[in-house]
Each structure stands twice: as C-alpha cells, then as structure tokens.
Design a protein around this ligand. Sequence first.
Ligand SMILES: Cc1cc2nc3c(=O)[nH]c(=O)nc-3n(C[C@H](O)[C@H](O)[C@H](O)COP(=O)(O)OP(=O)(O)OC[C@H]3O[C@@H](n4cnc5c(N)ncnc54)[C@H](O)[C@@H]3O)c2cc1C
Length: 392
Amino acid sequence: MKQYDLAIVGAGILGTFAAYHAVQRGWSVLLLESGMEAKGASVRNFGQLVPSGMGLNGWRNIGARTIHHLTEINKSTPLPWKKNGSLYVASDEQELQLLEEMQQLNDAQGYASRLLSVNECCELSQPLNKAYAKGGLFFPDDATTESPKLLATLLQFIIQSGRCDYRNGSLVQTVEENDSGCSLRTTDNTIYRARDVLVCCGHQLNRLFPAILQTPAMRICKLQMMDTLASSQVKLHCNLLTGLSIRRYDAFHSCASYANLITSEYQQQLQAEGIHLLFTQRADGSLIIGDSHHYTNALDVDSLDYHNDQHINQLILTEAQRILGVDTLPINRFWNGYYSQHDNSILATSIQKNIHAVTGIGGKGMTCSGGFTELVIEQLTKQQSLDLINIV
Ligand SMILES: Cc1cc2nc3c(=O)[nH]c(=O)nc-3n(C[C@H](O)[C@H](O)[C@H](O)COP(=O)(O)OP(=O)(O)OC[C@H]3O[C@@H](n4cnc5c(N)ncnc54)[C@H](O)[C@@H]3O)c2cc1C
C-alpha cells in the first residue's frame, strides 16, 4: 500500500493551502474531503484578502504571505483573484480619527495605505452615500477573490503537480498512529497510510479527536450573508469595509483612540447581532453583502442555530442601503456560513508525534491560510510540534 508523506483531512482553504506547501517541498500528499467538493466556510465567504484588518505585528504579515504565494502561483497558472485594494469608509468623526491614527501607524511600519477624501471614496465605490462617508483609508495591497473559483483552481494546480492525490466523498472516520506511520480509515472502509496526518476539519470538530478540538476555548460562529443579482449600476473597484468594520477589526485596536470609542444606540443595535458591513463585487457585477456573527461554544454544538433569520437580514440590508445611498438592492440569495474560532486566534496542535490539527482560524481564513500553512509545513519538515507556532 502506498505510504504518503502527508495525508490532509479536509479540502477547505486551510487543507488546500497546506497541500500546496507540502507539494512545493516535493512531498507526496493525499487530500481527503468528505463532500463531493468543499462546501464549508471556504466557499461561503466574501473573498476579501485583507491583511490590512489583521493584528499589526503577527497576522498582518501572515496575510501578506498569502498574497505573496498567490502572486507566485499566478506566474504559471492564472488564479481568480486581483490585487485591487480595500477601502475603509468612516461614518463618523471617531472612526475617521481611527483611520488617521492607522495611517500614522502604517507610515511608521512602512505599510502602504493612504487617506482619501469623501470624493475620492466615491470614485472607488459607486455609489456611496456622501451623507454616510466622512473619509476613507485605502490599502492598495489587499485583494479580492471569488472563493469557490479560487479553491477549485488552486486544487487543480496542486493535482496537476502529480504529487497530490485528491479523494472527494471521503469522510475520514479514524486516524491512528503506530510504529510504521499513520493510518486513516474512511466511512467506506478504505484505508490510507501516511507518515504525517494533518486534520483541517473547519467547524466539524466532533468527528475526529473531539477531546482536543471540541473544547471550551473553541467557538462556532454563524454568519448571515446575501448577494444581489448581477448589476451594472454598482461599480466597486476594491473591497469595501465600513464604519462598524473599523470598530471591529483587530488592526484598529492598536490605535490610541480605540479605547475611548463611544457607540451610538443604532450602532449598539447592530453590534448586538455582530453586524458590520462588508461589500465585495464579483466579476458578473453581483455584490456579496454581509455579515452578522452569533457564537456557540463548541461543546454546545447541538444548540448551533441553522436558521436564516429574516430580522438579521433586514438589519444588514437596511444598513447596506444606507451606506450605498440606494432605496433598494435586488437581493438574489441569503445564506449562512459557519466557522470555528479559537480563543488564541487559531488552534495548531500536534495531537501525537505525527498527527496534527489546524482549525479555529475564525474570520481570517481566506486572508491568512496561505501564510499560516507555510509555517505549519515548515514545522512538520523540522519534525517539530505545531504547538510551538505562536502568532500574536
Ligand atoms: C460568511 C463568511 C464570510 C467570510 N469572509 C471572509 C473573508 O472575506 N476573508 C477572510 O479572510 N475570511 C473570511 N471568512 C473566514 C474563512 O472563510 C474561514 O476562516 C475559512 O474558510 C476556514 O477554512 P477551513 O479550511 O478551516 O474550513 P472549511 O472551509 O470549513 O473546510 C473544512 C473542510 O473539511 C472537511 N471535513 C471536515 N471533517 C472531515 C472529515 N472527517 N473527513 C473529510 N473531510 C472533512 C469539510 O467537509 C470541509 O470541506 C469568512 C467566513 C464566513 C463563514
């Protein structure tokens, strides 16, 4: 029976990027996915690649590495992403102050960004409500992708290397380590063997090693999203992030005035549902709009809410229309997404000497998986525990 260097459980963005880095090192890789294709968070998101919003000293660099890897792959295989930047629009003076402070921090670190007037914001986002916008901060190095297309293209690129076998419809039921390596068994009783195993199971924490993955430090987040019909009336030249995103994203916690933010009753009403407004435009002109955040402890997974709540949709839609300054948006679909989020910003752990897991990356997986799994494969190359990886 073939023994792979690495078997990866789960072909979401973490598992797929881990396969990419392993293949780059010349390893033989087996990638096992329970679905006929990945259907989890990795294909339900905005596709915003936004190192700009990440914690300044750690995750921002990891996000930048993801964009570096996409740039490298693009040299031989065109991937569906573009470096079109992100615009953060302030809705009041306090948020504007945060943007100005962020610009100073970026200048000090040599990180590219520039403050924009309201008129300049309106050129990047057409339309944008001038009564909403007080000014903006533009990050030219951020990027946008269409996640399902990116995942599929990246997977094909890896398979074409000839060093990765991909098996979909393969739900891994057990993973065991013994003297001669690791063995994995799927629900149809197929056995695979590998030197190392990496479990990248997303929010499916109760399938493998629940005692380690499904802990009080892990939460599962439900997010509500929507998209519009394809439209030629809206032209977004970049990712659009708005006032409540400035108040939410880790990067802005480093700003001096962050601790003194005052929140209006309306903002509190949205924040109570974890709502902040992000917009991305697909190639066909349709907009992806969201989102809300509701958390369940991973131990309490049975209480996870699978409903799509119209009250939440209405709050998001009303705020979206206010930001763009339009009376209606032609909504096409509503959906929920779910991700796991660890209290330490990610769970990367070696369960046994050769069995490892990475999950709980939260809302930054599209931005940071390419950079983070590079570190994971480096650790495995050195035969060191994943528990030693420490990102602040
Ligand atoms: C609505 C929404 C919007 C988001 N927007 C953004 C964004 O704009 N930018 C950003 O950076 N991040 C964003 N994120 C976060 C990002 O999507 C996630 O962090 C990321 O997709 C998590 O990837 P993953 O590989 O860990 O999980 P998943 O995508 O869930 O993949 C896990 C895979 O493992 C498979 N699996 C599980 N158990 C087994 C098993 N036993 N055997 C075989 N297969 C198994 C599952 O079928 C699944 O395909 C968003 C998330 C959501 C939900």
